[in-house]
Design a protein. Structure first.
Length: 358
């Protein structure tokens, strides 16, 4: 497995109060804004291009020749069940690590011992359900890690191997053990674990989008819902993929594409996981510069935004009484009209230059 380290400075840009990606109340990021930042292709690239400065608030690097376009993100709710544990382990194996919330005051703060964190064993267990206030990375696990290593004895053995962000001098070279039964490890319904998926390697070259603030709330009225985003093409392109969020695995969906008011393509499928999924189209859809085109998705729920200042107002989904922006992300191939027919014939033999729409 190839190790990929993202730059931290650009991700830190989502944290300050004065950043348009940040929290308007306190200085600090969350998984919502981080997801929006990555999926919107905002300056995600290898850390070698931008050395981390914990005191810096605005990264000097804007873009590189090796920018990383994130296409898919899996979301996991941790209810402390064996099923949730299995999903977390599978995500670690498949995607390298899983980001999670936990209660930071349960660890030692400035050398002051707490009742949850064992400084001798670098082991932590919170024995009640708590809202997390700090984000860490789960990078592994040990099913046989003894429950006797914790200050408070959990119901059983087993611990997650967690990488913190407080430097190598903290904990066990920057790592600690968190019990499988820890009640602050993304157990709150509004806090999730996320895994970044890098198995879609198609090089899309554009990303049409309206919203950059990440996941918020789902509208779910117990029936199939339609939601639509409208765009004007900025060039001669080919729509190659459509991205959106699903609130669970196994959701039947339909993607419909209109160009200049005419239905030109329809594709059905089933969601593979809870999270954001880029749906590769079985057939690419040609659009010309200044074409008006729309993407309608029929699904069991609509994800919307209702509070971000930078959200662009537009035609939303069919639930007109709801306030918010339905999130659809699209991906397109870039060709001139005279090139299109020839290159489509040899797509299996080349890596096409593709554009993404969101």
């Amino acid at each position: 497995m190839k190790k990929l380290i993202f730059q931290k400075n650009n991700m830190q840009d989502i944290m300050p109060i004065y950043s348009k990606y940040g929290n308007m109340n306190i200085e600090g990021g969350d998984y919502n804004s981080a997801i929006g930042y990555l999926l919107s292709w905002f300056r995600a690239f290898p850390g070698a291009y931008d050395t981390y400065d914990e005191l810096g608030k605005v990264s000097p690097a804007l873009t590189t020749q090796n920018d990383i376009h994130i296409q898919d993100i899996i979301i996991i709710h941790n209810d402390l069940s064996s099923e949730a544990n299995l999903k977390i382990k599978e995500a670690i194996v498949e995607y390298g690590s899983v980001s999670s919330y936990l209660l930071s005051k349960a660890t030692s703060e400035e050398g002051t011992p707490t009742g949850y964190y064992n400084e001798k064993t670098n082991a932590k267990y919170v024995n009640s359900t708590e809202i997390g206030n700090h984000v860490i990375s789960i990078v592994g696990w040990d099913d046989n890690y003894s429950k006797d290593n914790f200050l408070i004895t959990p119901p059983g053995d087993g611990a997650w191997i967690v990488k913190n962000s407080w430097g190598s001098e903290w904990g066990d070279n920057g790592y600690m053990y968190v019990s499988y039964y820890d009640g602050s490890l993304s157990t709150d319904p509004d806090q999730c674990m996320i895994g970044i998926m890098l198995n879609n390697t198609i090089q899309y070259n554009k990303n049409y989008q309206y919203d950059i603030s990440g996941i918020s709330k789902f509208i779910n009225e117990g029936k199939q819902l339609d939601y639509t985003d409208n765009f004007i093409s900025i060039d001669d392109d080919m729509i190659a993929a459509v991205g959106t969020y699903f609130n669970q695995e196994g959701v039947n969906y339909t993607v419909q594409i209109k160009v200049n008011g005419k239905i030109v393509y329809t594709q059905k499928g089933t969601s593979e996981y809870y999270g954001y999924h880029t749906i590769k189209l079985d057939k690419y859809v040609s659009i010309k510069k200044d074409d008006s085109f729309s993407i309608t998705i029929t699904s069991n729920a609509v994800l919307y935004q209702n509070h971000q200042e930078h959200t662009i107002k537009k035609e939303h989904h069919s639930l007109e009484k709801k306030i918010g922006v339905a999130i659809i992300l699209l991906h397109v191939l870039k060709y001139t009209h005279c090139q299109m027919k020839f290159k489509l014939k040899i797509l299996k033999n080349i890596i096409p230059e593709i554009m993404s729409l969101q």
